[in-house]
Write a protein that binds this ligand. Structure first.
Ligand code: GDP
Ligand code: MN
Length: 388
């Protein structure tokens, strides 16, 4: 789960990570009000959406008068902010963060995440902050600094000093960086985060370190343990279908293509999407119906996939282990009957009761292509999607 920048900054403050002073507004009227209340005439207005790249998209602006603030607020509220991280529809702007402007001397990148290969938390840092870190990693990998936190020993002071010197920090900034890194680790562990990213972490003209931006992802599987975090959820920023899927207990991610995929098992789902792409198709989604699924769940999953208007064909790829293929076939038939499907469906069933499942499908009067072989199935679905 993602949260907004202003929420992440509040969490930062409770963990001793300094951020610029700011307040949140939810309407142009509130913006005007805040301007009267806050002293000083220059402020930064930041659109709150669950995506980065807002700066380049006009979602982060320095304004100097109350009138400019209200004008900008009126433009932003109710709009969809499109950044390079949002997709073409963008995300709705329903709150603005109004912040004291910072006098930036330098921008750094600092994040904390789990490195599975070392089974540790790892800090990623760079003096090339404020930019797209993926691009930095690709074009100038030598500018990326990693610090692995040994799970038994914890973060060592020398590691913080080493990173601070590599970023050319000095004096009290070295201690300040250590404080920020320790705050990030505590927050990460206590709240079961999966990523904390500060981009940029800034050095101000007076030499202080501030988190100018804040992004935190939380582990969905641990949210039941953290009511204070769960309540920060903002469904307006999330994909409606992904939310629905989560309710039903499905693992679903929306993608940009036109071939709906229904698969059991995340690994098989990845392999299926790879094959679809290899055959020249574009998957519309990632959907793992899970290992021990039921006909009802399959039917719901099917409806979910088809509720996407751009779908041209559906590929069902089930490997029956615990789940029986005849149960899957029943679920598909049920769904197809309920919602009057008019696009082609290719089904590959393999494993437990595959023959019975295929028999059910073949005996029905529905136009489904039953394939025993996955390669054939993906070729077929790509071809059908193309001719639709
Ligand atoms: P993002 O584009 O969504 O990642 O939003 P950020 O919060 O990272 O802001 C984007 C950029 O705007 C930063 O990298 C800064 O260069 C600039 N910016 C944001 N706040 C301030 C500020 O208070 N002062 C100055 N000078 N620049 C700012
Ligand atoms: Mn940023």
């Amino acid at each position: 789960m993602n949260i907004h920048e202003y929420q992440a900054k509040q969490l930062f403050n409770t963990y001793g990570i300094a951020t610029p002073f700011g307040k949140v507004a939810r309407s142009p009227g509130q913006v005007e009000h805040l301007f009267e209340e806050l002293s000083g005439s220059r402020w930064v207005i930041k659109a709150q959406v669950h995506a980065g790249g807002r700066g380049q998209a006009g979602g982060v602006k320095l304004i100097e008068t109350s009138q400019d603030a209200v004008d900008l607020a009126e433009k932003l509220f109710g709009s969809q902010l499109v950044t390079k991280q949002t997709g073409e529809k963008g995300l709705p702007v329903e709150s603005l963060l109004i912040e004291e402007p910072s006098d930036i001397k330098q921008e750094f990148y600092l994040s904390l995440l789990v490195d599975r290969s070392t089974e540790s938390l790892v800090f990623i840092a760079s003096a090339a902050g404020g930019m797209d870190i993926e691009a930095v990693a690709e074009e100038t990998p030598e500018k990326i600094l990693t610090t692995v936190v040994n799970p038994a020993a914890g973060l060592q002071p020398y590691q913080c000093r080493k990173l601070a010197y590599a970023l050319k920090l000095s004096g009290s900034q070295v201690r300040e960086l250590e404080k920020i890194m320790r705050g990030m680790i505590s927050l990460f562990q206590e709240k079961d985060a999966s990523l904390i990213e500060i981009n940029p972490l800034i050095e101000t003209a007076s030499g202080d370190l501030f988190a100018l931006d804040a992004k935190i992802n939380f582990d969905d599987n641990a949210l039941d343990l953290h009511a204070d975090i769960s309540e920060l959820r903002d469904p307006a920023q999330e994909d409606e279908k992904e939310n629905q899927a989560q309710h039903i207990g499905l693992n679903y991610i929306s993608l940009d293509g036109n071939i709906g995929c229904m698969v059991n098992g995340a690994g098989l789902a990845m392999a299926t999407m790879d094959l679809v792409k290899l055959k020249g198709g574009e998957p519309a989604n990632f959907l793992d119906v899970g290992g021990g699924t039921t006909a009802d769940k399959v039917s719901q999953a099917f409806k979910l996939i088809l509720s996407d208007g751009g779908i041209k064909a559906v590929l069902v790829n089930i490997f029956g282990g615990i789940v029986r293929c005849d149960v899957i076939a029943q679920g598909i038939l049920q769904a197809v009957k309920d919602i009057n499907v008019s696009i082609p469906i290719v089904i590959r069933l393999e494993g437990t009761n595959a023959e019975e499942g295929l028999k059910l499908l073949n005996e029905s009067d529905l136009s489904v292509v039953a394939a025993e072989d996955l390669e054939y199935a993906t070729e077929k679905v790509v071809e059908l999607a193309r001719s639709e």
